[in-house]
Design a binder for this molecule. Structure first.
Ligand code: SAM
Length: 319
């Protein structure tokens, strides 16, 4: 029974991936949802990105958490049910876990199934007395509700990594409303948000000298080739990440370096030279703009912390 359930859920996920890719390649401008970056290789490449000199968001958020984890833990109180959306390696979460007072449970949620299982295993080994319950889910979709442990006092939904910036602003409000519902009455949502800053700093973070972000971006085509019987010539798509000052967002692109025809899942797509596939938007929200978005989602905007160089922010939002 278990076997047939997992096969059918695999087929379901594959067909959703196929539908999303075929739809995205048929629209103009062509686009692919960024959540599909994260197969196992994509998750590992993202972890490498976080160690790059140019990629300030992880370093800045880490230092911010190191500075304020105790204050956040005190505000959260004892026996919190900590739910993290898009937990990845859970590396930064460890800073919070070290400060929390007798957490009731940690629920890391991620779309990258194998990587999540591995991260959760490593975390359980480091925190043997912590109840760790990983869940594979797409946080951009409504989630099946799950109960708090009996001993838990409140739920905190943690969403670090500036991933909120991957939503279009109206979608971000829908997402925050969903996070508020997951947190429930008396709960809190804690969101890491990258701040607008100098274009050169932002563009370097998304187009590093070693080409790791380029490999991460192109990995989406590698995945399509493998899982959807595609024949993308991966090297014939260049990585670009221009900053759009008017919209306050980075647009990650794969740009066709020549006219070419590509087959995906039995369909053909003709690309002109310089034609763009948009793979991700990364919006940078100022503090007051983001607080207004949180209020629009029914959240109470509480304290905001920033790192010493004011590169990233962390928002406490009452559910
Ligand atoms: C930018 S990384 C951030 C990782 C980590 N939270 C951090 O702050 O370093 C985004 C993470 O969210 C996961 N992810 C992306 N889209 C997702 C979605 N729609 N649903 C669930 N997880 C998602 C990815 O697999 C990845 O682990």
């Amino acid at each position: 029974m278990r076997g047939s359930e997992s096969i059918s859920s695999f087929d379901h996920e594959r067909s959703r991936f196929e539908q999303d890719v075929l739809r995205g390649l048929a629209t103009w401008p062509r686009s692919l949802p960024c959540k599909y970056f994260y197969d196992e290789r994509g998750s590992r490449l993202f972890d490498r990105i976080t160690t790059l000199a140019e990629y300030y968001p992880t370093r800045a958020e880490t230092s911010l958490l190191q500075e304020h984890a105790r204050e956040i833990a005190t505000r959260l109180g004892r026996a919190v049910d900590l739910v993290e959306l898009g937990s990845g390696s859970s590396a930064k979460t460890r800073i919070l876990l070290d400060a929390l007072i007798a957490p009731a449970r940690y629920v890391p949620i991620d779309i990258s199934a194998k990587y999540l299982a591995e991260s959760a295993r490593r975390l359980s080994a480091s925190y043997p007395s912590l109840r760790v319950e990983p869940r594979v889910a797409d946080y951009a979709r409504p989630m099946t509700p799950f109960a708090m442990p009996r001993v838990a006092t409140r739920r905190a939904v943690f969403f670090p990594g500036s991933s909120i910036g991957n939503f279009e602003p109206d979608e971000a409000i829908v997402f925050l409303d969903r996070a508020r519902q997951i947190a429930g009455r008396g709960g809190v949502v804690i969101v890491g948000v990258d701040l607008p800053k100098d274009a050169a700093v932002i563009e370097a973070a998304y187009d590093d000298a070693q080409g790791v972000t380029a490999a991460f971006n192109r990995n989406l085509l590698v995945r399509i080739n493998r899982e959807l019987d595609g024949d993308f010539d991966v090297d014939a798509f260049a990585h670009r990440a221009p900053w759009d000052a008017a919209r306050r967002r980075v647009e990650m692109q794969l740009v066709s370096t020549r006219a070419q025809s590509v087959r995906v899942a039995g369909r053909r797509f003709a690309f002109a030279e310089d034609e763009v596939i948009v793979t991700e938007h990364c919006y940078k929200h100022g503090i007051e703009d983001f607080r207004a978005m949180a209020r629009a989602a029914g959240l109470g905007a509480g304290p905001v912390w920033t790192d010493s160089e004011v590169r990233v922010s962390l928002h406490w939002l009452d559910a």
